[in-house]
Design a protein around this ligand. Structure first.
Ligand SMILES: [Zn+2]
Length: 242
């Protein structure tokens, strides 16, 4: 089967439903032909985001580091879904909240900064993610594109703590790890059973403290994800980025 575009990837995964399908079909997902359009055209998406009133968060948060994992094959899809799009765009008010979090972090722990893994996420990418996890235990980690993820509104951010060289601090699980070790609701047990050490837990707590202090909400099953609004409130205020 020729691989190279998102619809092809999705069809492939529908044929082999179990989780290992991600590996079978994700590897080697590279544009096979120059004429095939990538999922995202970075310049076109940035124009679309600016038209919708979103902002490049680094303009408001100069210390923010950005490494969009979905713009590399280093993510749970094992595929580069963002192509040449590599900027962190958010709603202006959300970016302001992130600036407050960065400022609080710089005071609480000098030499530490925020490293964003994902910001606004177009719904067409959400659709690809959904197709990958639908019907698997991992489905609970990915919002259905029908209702939309809060990322689709530019009102959620995935991030971690990093040193000033961009080296992430140890949070006890990788980003997008699907399992208990990623879930704040299990932290007391993970600590008691030695699956999380005190330093890792302190890092998570510090990230939550500065983000929640800036008005974000953490969620029980991903230490890296923070919402600025509920889905209903985001839907009321903002358009979904298709
Ligand atoms: Zn997220």
């Amino acid at each position: 089967m020729r691989q190279g575009s998102a619809p092809q990837l999705v069809r492939c995964l529908r044929l082999v439903a179990p989780w290992y399908a991600v590996w079978l079909c994700g590897i080697g997902w590279e544009p096979a032909h120059a004429e095939e359009r990538p999922v995202i055209d970075g310049a076109a998406l940035e124009r679309q985001l600016l038209d919708l009133g979103l902002v490049d968060a680094q303009r408001l948060v100069p210390t923010l580091m950005v490494e969009l994992r979905y713009s590399t094959p280093d993510n749970f899809m094992h595929a580069d879904a963002y192509g040449d799009f590599a900027r962190c765009y958010l709603q202006p008010g959300v970016a302001k909240q992130l600036a407050a979090a960065a400022q609080a972090l710089a005071q609480a722990r000098p030499g530490t900064t925020l490293l964003a893994y994902d910001c606004v996420r177009p719904r067409r990418v959400q659709q690809i993610m959904w197709e990958l996890v639908k019907g698997t235990p991992e489905q609970r980690y990915v919002a259905s594109p029908k209702a939309g993820s809060i990322h689709n509104f530019g009102a959620a951010v995935d991030l971690t703590l990093a040193d000033l060289h961009g080296q992430p601090l140890d949070m006890g699980s990788p980003y997008d790890f699907f399992g208990d070790a990623a879930e704040p609701r299990h932290e007391a047990r993970l600590l008691a059973t030695g699956h999380l050490n005190t330093e890792q837990l302190e890092h998570r707590k510090l990230l939550r403290r500065v983000m929640v202090g800036a008005g974000f909400h953490s969620i029980p099953n991903e230490w890296w994800h923070f919402d600025a609004y509920s889905r209903a409130a985001a839907k009321e205020r903002f358009a979904i980025v298709e």
